[in-house]
Design a protein around this ligand. Structure first.
Ligand SMILES: CC(C)(COP(=O)(O)OP(=O)(O)OC[C@H]1O[C@@H](n2cnc3c(N)ncnc32)[C@H](O)[C@@H]1OP(=O)(O)O)[C@@H](O)C(=O)NCCC(=O)NCCS
Length: 227
């Protein structure tokens, strides 16, 4: 049966989810998902050619009606805001779509929690857990025995080695690499192309090779404004 999907967000991450769904339907030669539209607080017209069907606060009503939802609001460096926005929406786990592109390899004993999104050409290793609503964009490698905390975002081409723990809503940016047995705290950012060789605290931004503490991410930065 075709699953009816609503994407919460905009043309950035939300558009990637939509493109993934279109490709899933193309590869399976059937409508595995039907994209009903987007929920967005700032745009009222179309996003990626799909209608905006309401504001984000209507998410729980759609969930009650049996629609699946993908929470695609993942602004880089605003992990705390991401979690607050999600909690405010009160979406039950069973209404979160877990979406995996058919070209991704997921080990049979890896665990994907509700709301996880894995884009094309990714590798998710054995005994690794992707917690709720983790987004793994194209061409990422996540090794074995990792725990990637809820709402983390792995940008395209990032490489997470093995025995890694990442806390809540942290961002591994484009092509960053994380060496094995490292822990990353909550709400951290590992900058693009960086090589993280040691553990971080919470709310820290690391950049460079090897990555060094660039700055702390302050709570006052956590406001989301439409551009
Ligand atoms: C780390 C990051 C978030 C920027 O942090 P920031 O504190 O706002 O940094 P700024 O842009 O103010 O740059 C500060 C300095 O760090 C340098 N810098 C920024 N990012 C860097 C990186 N990834 N590696 C090395 N140096 C970097 C800048 O060149 C600048 O140097 P300067 O002071 O000599 O001019 C950003 O650079 C980054 O990596 N973004 C990732 C984007 C991404 O993955 N997008 C994915 C879309 S799905």
């Amino acid at each position: 049966m075709t699953k009816k999907l609503i994407i919460i967000g905009g043309e950035g991450n939300g558009g990637v989810v939509a493109a993934c769904i279109e490709d899933i339907n193309r590869i399976h030669k059937k409508s595995v998902y039907e994209i009903i539209g987007f929920l967005n607080d700032y745009h009222a017209n179309k996003i990626c050619n799909y209608p905006v069907v309401g504001k984000t606060e209507t998410a729980k009503e759609w969930a009650k009606e049996g629609y699946l939802l993908s929470f695609a609001i993942h602004p880089i460096g605003h992990g705390s805001l991401r979690v607050k926005l999600f909690d405010h929406l009160e979406i039950p786990d069973e209404s979160l779509a877990t979406i995996v592109h058919p070209t991704a390899f997921i080990a049979s004993n890896a665990t994907l929690e509700p709301g996880v999104f894995v884009m094309a050409n990714c590798y998710i290793g054995p005994q690794t857990q992707l917690a709720k609503s983790v987004f793994v964009m194209a061409n990422c490698v996540v090794g074995h025995n990792d725990y990637i905390g809820p709402f983390c975002h792995l940008s395209a081409g990032s490489v997470v080695s093995s025995y890694i723990t990442i806390g809540k809503a942290s961002d591994i940016c484009l092509s960053a690499s994380i060496l094995e047995k490292v822990s990353i705290g909550d709400y951290c950012v590992i900058g693009a192309k960086s090589l993280l060789t040691k553990s971080t605290g919470n709310s820290e931004m690391y950049i460079g090779i090897p990555a060094k503490l660039h700055r702390r991410i302050e709570e006052k930065e956590y406001t989301l404004q439409e551009k």
